[in-house]
Ligand binder design. Sequence first.
Ligand SMILES: [Zn+2]
Length: 628
Amino acid sequence: MAFYSDEVIQELKQQTNIADIIQQFVPLKRSGAGRFVCRCPFHNDHSPSMNVNPQMGIYKCFACGAGGDVFKFVMEHEKMDFKAAVEWVASATGFQLPELGAPVAPEIAEERTLVRELNELAADWFVEQLPKSEKALNYIRTRHLSEETRHFFKVGYAPEGREGFLSYAAKNGFSPRQLVEAGLAVERENGGIADKFRDRLMFAIENLSGKVVAFGGRVLEKQKKPKYLNSPETALYKKGEILYGLSKAKNEIPKAGSVVLVEGYFDMISLYQAGVKNVVAVSGTALTEKHAEILSRYTKSAYLVFDGDEAGRKAALRTIEIVLPEGIVPKIVALSRPNGEKIDPDNFVNEHGASAAEDFNRELTKAEDWFDYLTRVTPTETIEDRAKFVTHLKSILIHMRDRELQHQYLRLLAERYGTEANFVGIRPKEEKRKFHSEPEMDMPEPISEDEQVPWSALPPMELRFVNLIIASPSLWEPASVFFDLDFASSGVSLFASEILDELLSSALAEYTEHRQINLMRLHDSLSPIPAQVLESFGEETWDGEAAQKEFLESLAELEIRTAERFRDALKSKPITSETMSLRLELHQFASKTIRARLRSDAEVTRDPTFFKNLLDYRTKLVEYSEKI
Ligand SMILES: [Zn+2]
């Protein structure tokens, strides 16, 4: 499949300020030195855990580990594939992407455009039609939807008659055949084409970017069937991938730290209008794994507010099984009137009036933990029932990705039912469908546990030294002249040395090639661990003189250590006149360096010979290292 070249993607990345992009989704706060912090949108964040570093072009959450470059952010936040994210960033920054030689599938791209244009046209038209129908207006009034809410959610009305929208669309240049393709018209048995939605209240279904991609049409009179009529799946609309209201609620969910999951369009809209904005509805289908996966990017906590009837109970059971493996912990909310009668969220909001949001949130605090809920609604009187129940629960838990949470539930199960806290004898249900249908291109592998930075093994002075050089342009030239030995020679462990060497030599290679150190390019060129070390560098900057001083002092210290290390290595060698004289030379070398360092002290930066001496010592050390 055709794709943008690495050069184009690099250029786009260089021209993009990641902070500007993230700012469009999450408010950023300055944290000094051109960096920013924000609350992480990928976990339930109460304090700003996410750092955004425009120079390196990266974001990183220190609480949940989410991190990457601007494309990764858009992919994760907007649930796009890599290519779509590149295009999104390009259009957000006004960057002109080259035409791709061979588009993936032109007919699909065309169909998408057609479906999008027709759905937008239809949404506006339905909204306009509603006030023209007394019947529809009356109905809206009984549901207490304000004018503002109605427009915000694009709630409209499809009038009676077979050709209302058909003729409007024709005036706008669309053929009846195209309407059929977009799911807005149907072919009749006699061969004619008619509007699909007639005499129905219309709910516009939006994708995450807020574009209308489908409709749900509801009857106004109870006796008519079917109660709901939905758009068919099209190039833009996959039922199992779109949650009603998520385009409006997506920023509210991370803020609230949870999502309220309801069953109907009106439930969603009523709660939102009342002020409970972290709400989405599953519509036209049961909740799918893909839905759960999408939601899990926004929160790890869900309130299931389903009807109290048998269908609602089944939906709750199924939803629990779907969301748990994605790391979302569900709680079950049962709304009722003071007399105990079960009601849906829409009724609840209307009956509670001005205090609806407050009252609803109070209901949430009384929500039942999923584990207790399952225990309550599943018969567990007999041994067989209990065994079945435990096996069932374990077969849900075995799919959980959050190991700690999984362990906690296993223990809970073990405590309550006296079972083993393991999965012996439990078979995973079926092979879980992989979320990403196509391989991610150009994306780094996620960092696995054995790729964590071994902070305790990294020597602080050397670490600071590398940071100093990278952060101080005045040192790039002297550093690139100086470095040809690795850190291991001064006594740093080989392991730590490899990390520091890669970081420093990549930085200096970047300088040699481009006469500057571009942090974004440097970061991209590093392997995962050195890249993480680079990310960790603080916001400390050194002024010219302080940088020079610390640079020379650190160099001297490294030389002294190297000399002493060589000298010690010689102690284990057979005593010959040659090894003895080498040991003496190295000892004198170290003492001389220490003296020179002491003498210059505060003056070190103004002593032009000091750096030259160090360079000479370095040459000698290289000679020594060859003899040893
Ligand atoms: Zn996070």
